[in-house]
Design a protein around this ligand. Structure first.
Ligand SMILES: [Zn+2]
Length: 495
């Protein structure tokens, strides 16, 4: 029959060009610019990338990974391990801190006599735990759709991480790099080799503090020294009506326009943020877009120098009077926008309307998930008496992880969190975020083997402060942030 012959010719033609017949594969609408995916792949599998194609930093990848892992864990009801190589080539990452003029464990190790390695290190007891200890997982409050590609993503992260470490080293001196943004006061040790090489001495087995050493608990401490000039540097600085930010006109944040993810908008081409906040924002917006399909987030303000703040403040005083101005606009020098860690966020709809976060159909997603990316709603309506700023649904502050998660869990604003942390010191007790994201307190003499530790070290009299850190062989990475008031907050990831 002619009809059948025609159909066969058509089939041959399709076969020749390796094209399926149209009726066999109906066109499926998909979002513009989204890559083609197998039909059985969940729609949230795309890996967030920077617009310029470069890799994320370790810190950022860990944030993504922690988020993904927590989401996965919630769905599966059990943790999935993140495979890591048990040993990696050692690299000179610790030299970075030396270049930045900071004390590292290896620097202070010079006069320490060699000592026999402790038994539990020699037999590798603790190192067997490290392979699944890449990142802490934070408890989430909201369930979401299953994402079968998350495991693939996690494996990719492991590969990307290896490249990323090298890139961090290479980029170390590049202006605008995420490591450099942080300040001399922010010490980050990305040297996974320290945690993964049981025989490594590079972590600097410096003087151990005598108290509390216990063969089973493995309480071993190093000391690093930081300059008290760095008290106003780091993700956790408190800047409010009481505490000014002295570096407002000297930091160099990154302009978002041109480098930001394409999943959100900016209201002006000169809005800028510190790179660590920019990258967290990119991830937030990418995941927001993946979940909701919306690209309507708009950032309307980021970093401001003192002159800009003064201009905003003066014009508000002129229009609404000093009392109202003070309720919503910080006095110049005392604004969080000076830090490059704060954003004002809104929605600008495809229909051209400006909509406040709390009024947008997906605004709840921001409020419920921002802490997964290290952001907190800085001026909640139930904290006005503490922050002395009226409720602002639009103002978010980057504080990093796990701090945003803790603040959310405990319902603490930054003022409260800074005060809360003062209870936790190496001589009292430590906050311990376990692998499953559950918070606990732990004694400095009963050391956990994995998870994240958070504690406070008061600034010492004089020019420097000695900061105690878990001994090198068991930590993967640590960060030290000033609080801009009276001390330093230490975050240690334990492998
Ligand atoms: Zn603001």
């Amino acid at each position: 029959m002619p009809e059948n012959n025609d159909k066969k010719k058509l089939q041959d033609l399709y076969n020749e060009y390796n094209i399926p017949l149209p009726e066999e594969k109906p066109v499926r609408p998909r979002p513009q610019s989204a890559p083609a995916k197998p039909a059985n792949t969940a729609p949230k599998s795309d890996i967030p990338r920077k617009p310029d194609g470069t890799s994320y930093t370790m810190q950022e990848l860990q944030q993504i990974q922690a988020y993904r892992a927590a989401m996965r864990q919630r769905r599966n009801g059990q943790a999935q391990n993140t495979a890591r190589p048990s040993a990696r080539p050692e690299h000179p990452e610790q030299q970075r801190a030396v270049r930045q003029g900071q004390a590292m464990p290896s620097q202070s190790a010079q006069n320490r006599p060699q000592e026999p390695r402790r038994q539990q290190q020699a037999n590798g007891h603790y190192y067997g735990q490290k392979q699944d200890a890449a990142v802490p997982k934070y408890r989430r409050r909201k369930l979401s759709k299953p994402n079968p590609a998350a495991l693939i993503f996690t494996l990719l992260i492991v590969v990307i991480s290896a490249f990323s470490i090298g890139q961090i080293i290479q980029n170390n001196r590049t202006p605008g790099n995420d490591i450099d943004h942080s300040s001399p006061g922010m010490i980050q040790n990305n040297d996974d080799a320290l945690a993964n090489l049981p025989g490594s001495e590079t972590a600097g087995d410096t003087e151990e503090t005598a108290e509390g050493i216990d063969d089973d608990a493995m309480v071993l401490w190093n000391t690093v020294q930081v300059s008290n000039d760095t008290l106003d540097e780091g993700d956790l600085i408190l800047v409010n009506y009481e505490y000014a930010y002295a570096d407002a006109d000297t930091i160099s944040p990154t302009v978002l326009y041109g480098v930001k993810a394409d999943t959100y908008q900016v209201s002006s081409t000169n809005i800028s943020l510190l790179p660590v906040a920019l990258e967290a924002l990119n991830n937030l917006a990418n995941d927001f877009h993946a979940e909701t399909g919306s690209r309507e987030i708009i950032i309307v303000s980021g970093y401001r120098d003192v002159a800009s703040q003064k201009s905003i403040y003066d014009s508000r005083v002129a229009s609404q009077g000093e009392e109202m101005a003070k309720l919503y606009v910080a006095t110049p020098g005392y604004s969080e926008h000076h830090t490059g860690l704060a954003i004002d966020m809104s929605f600008y709809t495809t229909a051209g309307a400006s909509v406040a976060v709390e009024d947008h159909e997906f605004g709840y997603w921001i409020h419920e998930n921002c802490d997964n990316y290290g952001f907190v709603l800085r001026y909640p309506d139930d904290k006005v008496d503490i922050t002395q700023i009226g409720y602002e649904s639009w103002h978010y502050r980057y504080v990093g992880l796990p701090h945003a998660a803790i603040m959310s869990e405990k319902n603490l604003c930054l003022e409260e969190y800074i005060a809360y942390l003062r209870e936790y010191t190496p001589s009292t007790k430590l906050i311990w975020i376990q692998k499953d994201g559950v918070m606990a307190e732990v004694s400095p003499t009963a050391f956990p083997k994995e998870g994240t530790l958070v504690y406070f070290v008061p600034a010492a009299e004089g020019e420097t402060t000695d900061i105690r850190l878990p001994r090198g062989n068991i930590f993967e990475k640590y960060e030290i942030s000033g609080n801009n008031v009276d001390g330093f907050i230490v975050t240690v990831r334990i492998g």
